[in-house]
Design a protein around this ligand. Structure first.
Ligand SMILES: *Cc1c(COP(=O)(O)O)cnc(C)c1O
Length: 397
């Protein structure tokens, strides 16, 4: 099995380990074009700032190498402001406010740890509350003269109940003069978080925007300026090239011209297709579930009855990922015997293939033969890298 050439069907959404998204023609063309000549980088960044400002209804914007870098750079900006000497001495934070308050239920792992991205800048994280509960007085009590920023994470990976809302979080931070950074890497609404009180908001350029690998920071002009200036400091080690900036500009232009209502309908139709084709299978219960953070996508949830099927959700998702073509489902709660089909990263043809393969395997699980224990999908199996991951033949009679 050559993983390099196996066809991959991504029904799990914009996940980094599978390449995040398909790059739009517009963003690729913009990158190709700009790579042909020299530019003045601050000028290009300035153009990007205007495009981001328009798209996000912000004062200014800055392109970073990715959203994870955006977290680090935004935190750095709240510590140093536009003081070049300070910028050049990070991650040494001696004499600076260097604490970032975050709700414990927001301190999640998106493929990398949010806290680690903060720590990269030299800042410390101060967690408030418990994994399932945080309240305003805990936040107010944690803000001191050492607080550089409040960090608010919007993601399905965070606790979805019991947290302080962004509006209240921002009010409490602002009452003490503390700026609020929102990590909205996977969110599609480019305006709402600034409206709700964020001073800086971070998006990914290569998730729903279908740009090349990049991140976007939008918000208050003085803070965005301080983000931009980090390129003479720590963000030199996470530099975005001119191709990343040009492709992000093109991706935002494209996004503003898309017929979102029509695209949302097409995505919803794929959900409906998968849902309707997975009815009446013994041991499988399906439901349609809206995105937990309000993105315009509903996913099909598959509940596996391991007693009836003979194996659980984790084994099933590994099975699908070892088939050819490989099918990747959204599987962060496979330990709850649950998997999700994400219709936003597949084509109309692929959703039929996905539903067809799931139906075929679960309708007759006895027909599946394996040559050994199923290891993690090759995309997640780093055990022997750079040697190939373990091979398991999946036979279907
Ligand atoms: C994907 C994601 C990131 C990282 O985004 P990149 O652009 O891939 O670095 C950060 N935070 C959250 C909540 C994410 O979902």
């Amino acid at each position: 099995m050559d993983n390099g050439s196996r066809q991959i069907i991504n029904a799990s959404g914009n996940v980094t380990v599978l390449g995040a998204s398909l790059a739009s023609r517009a963003s690729v063309a913009a990158a190709t074009e700009i790579l042909d000549h020299f530019v003045e980088m601050p000028e290009l960044h300035r153009q990007a700032s205007q495009v981001i400002a328009n798209a996000c209804k912000a004062e200014a914007g800055c392109v970073t190498s990715c959203a994870a870098a955006g977290i680090c750079v935004a935190v750095a900006a709240t510590m140093t402001g536009d003081d070049l000497a300070r910028i050049e001495t990070l991650p040494d934070t001696t004499g600076l406010k260097n604490q970032v308050v975050i709700q414990r239920g927001h301190n999640c792992h998106f493929g990398g740890g949010v806290a680690q991205m903060v720590h990269l800048s030299g800042a410390q994280t101060i967690e408030i509350g418990s994994v399932n509960r945080a309240v305003g007085y805990q936040l107010a009590g944690a803000i001191t003269s050492d607080t550089a920023a409040g960090l608010f994470v919007v993601s399905h990976q965070t606790a979805q109940v019991g947290m302080i809302s962004l509006v209240e979080f921002a009010d409490l931070c602002h009452a003490k003069g503390v700026p609020v950074i929102v990590d909205a890497a996977s969110e599609c609404d480019l305006e709402v978080f600034l409206q709700q009180g964020a001073d800086l908001v971070i998006y990914s350029g290569h998730k729903f925007l279908n740009g090349l690998t990049a991140g976007i920071i939008a918000g208050r002009k003085d803070l965005v300026r301080a983000c931009f200036l980090q390129h003479i400091g720590i963000s030199r080690a996470m530099k975005v090239g001119r191709e990343g900036i040009a492709s992000t500009i093109a991706a935002l232009d494209r996004w503003s011209g898309l017929d979102h209502a029509k695209i949302n309908e097409q995505v919803a139709a794929r959900t409906e297709t998968a849902f309707s084709r997975l009815q009446g299978i013994s041991g499988l219960t399906t439901s349609v579930e809206p995105d937990p953070t309000g993105n315009p996508v509903s996913r099909v949830r598959l509940k596996i009855d391991a007693e009836i099927i003979g194996f659980g959700a984790e084994k099933f998702r590994r099975l699908l990922a070892h088939c050819s073509p490989a099918i990747h489902l959204r599987s962060h709660d496979s330990d709850q015997q649950s998997l999700l089909i994400d219709p936003s990263t597949v084509t109309d043809e692929e959703i039929l293939l996905v539903a067809g393969q799931i139906s075929r395997l679960l309708s007759n699980p006895a027909a599946i033969s394996l040559s050994g224990e199923l290891p993690l999908p090759p995309s997640e199996n780093l055990q022997n890298w750079p040697d190939p991951p373990p091979y398991v033949a999946v036979g279907i009679d």
